[in-house]
Design a protein around this ligand. Structure first.
Ligand SMILES: [Fe+2]
Ligand SMILES: [Fe+2]
Length: 203
């Protein structure tokens, strides 16, 4: 069974679908997934704040990412509420192996705006993969309420992926972004193939 539909692959660009075994594993570790997810949302909010602080002169980006900070923090609070309902602690933040692997691929081009575009492209990729994982949870997790819960996240993260690409194009060029995006997708495909399948992580 291919869990990334062709349509979804075209929208997100991802080269490698998540191993179908991941979602089966997920059904038995909702607590771990919620904890990991909670930290993912915090990190998304933090990334937006960091970009706003570092590139404060980029008018459009600052205006576009400011509401996303609120939205990502809202996501964190929604996940926290799910933990609370289950009387589960927030838990401990784990090492983000996926993001650490992606960071190894990050270039530091000479131009300030090119560096911003590079960061936005990586951000877009993390959002795209998160979106794919949330889709799987929305489809296959045992708990009916959690399926609906994850459907909302899938929709939100798809929007963020698109926004980050649009912003990157604004501060670089369509052509450069398309080229670099493809390089990231190819690299991410290798990262995915080599990463251990973990039931306790979103990535
Ligand atoms: Fe989010
Ligand atoms: Fe997001």
């Amino acid at each position: 069974m291919n869990l990334v539909s062709e349509e979804h692959k075209q929208v997100l660009g991802l080269q490698v679908p998540t191993d179908p075994r991941w979602v089966n594993m997920t059904q038995i570790s909702v607590a771990d997934i919620l904890t990991d997810h909670a930290y993912c949302e915090q990190k998304a909010a933090l990334t937006c704040i960091s970009l706003i602080q570092t590139y404060s002169e980029c008018f459009e980006m600052v205006r576009a990412l400011s509401p996303i900070v609120t939205e990502e923090w809202g996501h964190f609070r929604a996940v926290l509420a799910e933990l609370d309902k289950r009387k589960l602690p927030l838990g401990i933040q784990r090492k983000d192996l996926y993001v650490n692997e992606l960071k190894k691929f990050e270039q530091k081009p000479g131009g300030r705006l090119e560096r911003l575009a590079e960061r936005l492209i990586m951000f877009a990729l993390i959002e795209a993969r998160s979106c794919e994982r949330f889709r799987l949870l929305a489809l296959y997790v045992a708990d009916e309420h959690l399926r609906q819960f994850y459907h909302k996240f899938m929709v939100a993260e798809a929007g963020h992926y698109r926004l980050m690409i649009d912003l990157a194009e604004q501060y670089s060029s369509k052509e450069k972004v398309a080229k670099r995006w493809q390089e990231y997708l190819d690299y991410e495909a290798e990262v995915m193939k080599n990463m251990e399948l973990r039931s306790d992580r979103i990535h």
